[in-house]
Design a protein around this ligand. Structure first.
Ligand SMILES: Nc1ncnc2c1ncn2[C@@H]1O[C@H](COP(=O)(O)OP(=O)(O)O)[C@@H](O)[C@H]1O
Ligand SMILES: [Mg+2]
Length: 240
């Protein structure tokens, strides 16, 4: 990881994926628009821009708050240290997960910009090509139990890397054309201390509970093609 520092901004980047002259501009969507290198966008808490870098297609995300507080303070976070900014933490967590062999986007670059006592943040990651999130897929059709087993396996690998995904829901799980399962959106997630327990730790159980609630919620809200028995297949993959 390389670092570019000025008095009010720090950029962390992988120089094998992006060069220094590009990374300076890479967090401005206008930079990509001006060169006709915007591939598309996705709507979450904010807009994720998909852009074509020289080396790979990428996803550019500005950090936004969710919830009621987010309506007031949309994208400003309290600053304490550069290394404790949302973007720097997610960049490092993604590097840890890539190394551990979990299917997550490769981090390309991250930035934090100081605004008086607060900061704003952005991250650029590998775009998962031809992937769609589980909500989108399940609105169209159901998935075979083998796919649920694969999803369970991927969550187990995530947990074996000691990563607590505090927002594990079906918007943050993607499936590509080869049925490869990808986990995204590691804002505010963290590495848990190694306890060497054989039983499920509280945090692992709570990730799984949250995911189950997400399936149940979308069953009511968007009528997704999903049934409780699909959860059993996912659990099988998790415990295998
Ligand atoms: N690396 C990526 N590759 C492909 N699609 C992505 C990627 N990152 C985000 N997306 C898309 O953008 C949406 C929002 O991104 P996400 O990281 O979940 O942020 P948030 O939920 O905070 O808005 C996702 O649901 C997904 O559809
Ligand atoms: Mg998300």
């Amino acid at each position: 990881m390389k670092t570019l520092t000025s008095h009010k901004q720090v950029i962390w980047f992988d120089d094998t994926l992006i060069d220094e002259s590009t990374v300076k501009h890479a967090f401005e969507p206008e930079f990509w628009h001006a060169q006709n290198k915007v591939l598309g966008s996705a709507q979450g808490r904010g807009t994720t821009w998909f852009v074509q870098t020289d080396n790979l297609p990428a996803a550019l995300r500005h950090y936004h708050r969710g919830g009621l507080f987010g309506k007031l303070v949309k994208d400003h976070y309290w600053f304490s240290q550069w290394h404790q900014t949302r973007s720097c933490e997610e960049f490092q967590l993604l590097q840890h997960l890539v190394k551990a062999g979990v299917n997550v986007p490769q981090p390309i670059a991250a930035r934090a910009v100081k605004r008086t006592v607060c900061y704003q943040a952005d991250i650029l990651t590998q775009k998962i090509e031809g992937a769609e999130d589980l909500v989108g897929i399940l609105q169209k059709h159901s998935l075979q139990r083998e796919i649920y087993v694969l999803i369970g396996e991927q969550i187990r690998q995530l947990h074996q890397a000691n990563v607590n995904h505090t927002d594990l829901n079906i918007h943050n799980i993607l499936l590509d054309k080869h049925n490869k399962v990808w986990i995204i959106d590691f804002d505010k997630c963290h590495i848990e201390p190694e306890l060497g327990e054989t039983n499920l730790a509280v945090w692992q159980k709570s990730n799984l509970d949250r995911l189950l609630r997400s399936f149940q919620k979308e069953l009511t809200k968007r009528h997704i093609h999903w049934a409780e028995q699909d959860w059993a297949a996912l659990e099988m993959g998790y415990h295998k």
